[in-house]
Design a binder for this molecule. Structure first.
Ligand SMILES: [Fe+2]
Length: 261
């Protein structure tokens, strides 16, 4: 099955990812070698450092696609954003400055600060959902707030949010603690999809093939295929059945993490 990457920073020169077109083309080749055929380009947006407005990302994605085609790199790219949670988010949605994972404006790739889950998060998630938007929480396994209080992640998923786990986290690039937490999130049925969050060639590369290999070994082929299928569903704006990631390994209920840390 096709591998779709929903989160990466290889759009050239827009954030802390790839600095230029030459690097981006090389990174795209690595992605293709990993088995990735489609990619959502998600530069940081509204994280206090970077602003990548919707209109700009669309134009830049088109020229990147052109460069990929001219270089014979078989990768289809779509414009996206990694949207940081901020009090100004709803205003940005109203002003049509937000790119969703899908064209129907259903799935939002949402980043929380790494060191905490801000108090207003619950309210913001609720507000988004009331407007028909499903937040996809990116790399919850790297969030120190969720590490301290994993039940909060359980609650958000139960309220209808999805999560995107980073492939590198699962194979240990961010250390044992993050790796373990990633495994626990998957075992608890609270993970839905892998993405690379690739920034460069070294510490923040793709690792998608490695992560899927590990997932298949740990949880079986149907489970790994489900993660791939979910990426397709998200980018197509289709329903993601949030029950499947725990039913498929025969757990009756999605688990809480009580007492794991
Ligand atoms: Fe990212």
């Amino acid at each position: 099955m096709r591998m779709i990457d929903l989160h990466c920073h290889i759009l050239p020169g827009v954030d802390d990812g790839s600095p230029d077109m030459e690097t981006s083309l090389k990174l795209a080749k690595v992605a293709v070698a990993q088995g990735i055929t489609h990619m959502l380009l998600t530069p940081h947006h509204m994280d206090g450092e970077y602003l990548n407005h919707k209109a700009d990302v669309i134009v830049k994605t088109k020229s990147f696609q052109k460069a990929l085609d001219q270089n014979g790199i078989q990768l289809t790219v779509y414009p996206g954003q990694e949207v940081h949670i901020t009090g100004e988010l709803m205003q940005a949605v109203d002003q049509d400055d937000i790119l969703f994972a899908d064209e129907g404006n259903r799935y939002l790739m949402l980043e929380l600060p790494h060191n905490e889950v801000p108090e207003y998060t619950n309210q913001m998630l609720f507000t988004l959902q009331a407007r028909g938007i499903t937040p996809v929480l990116v790399h919850p396994e790297r969030n120190q707030g969720f590490m301290k209080n994993p039940d909060q992640l359980y609650d958000f998923v139960n309220q209808g949010c999805l999560t995107q786990l980073t492939a590198s986290s699962y194979v240990g690039v961010f250390g044992k603690h993050v790796q373990k937490f990633t495994e626990q999130i998957i075992d608890a049925g609270l993970g839905f999809v892998f993405a690379s969050d690739a920034h460069n060639f070294e510490g923040r590369s793709f690792k998608m093939a490695q992560a899927f290999e590990k997932l298949e070994t740990a949880k079986g082929k149907p489970f790994a295929e489900l993660y791939k299928e979910n990426a397709k569903r998200i980018i197509n704006g289709d329903d993601v059945n949030s029950g499947e990631t725990h039913h498929i390994h025969h757990d009756k209920q999605r688990k809480r993490f009580l007492g794991l840390f």
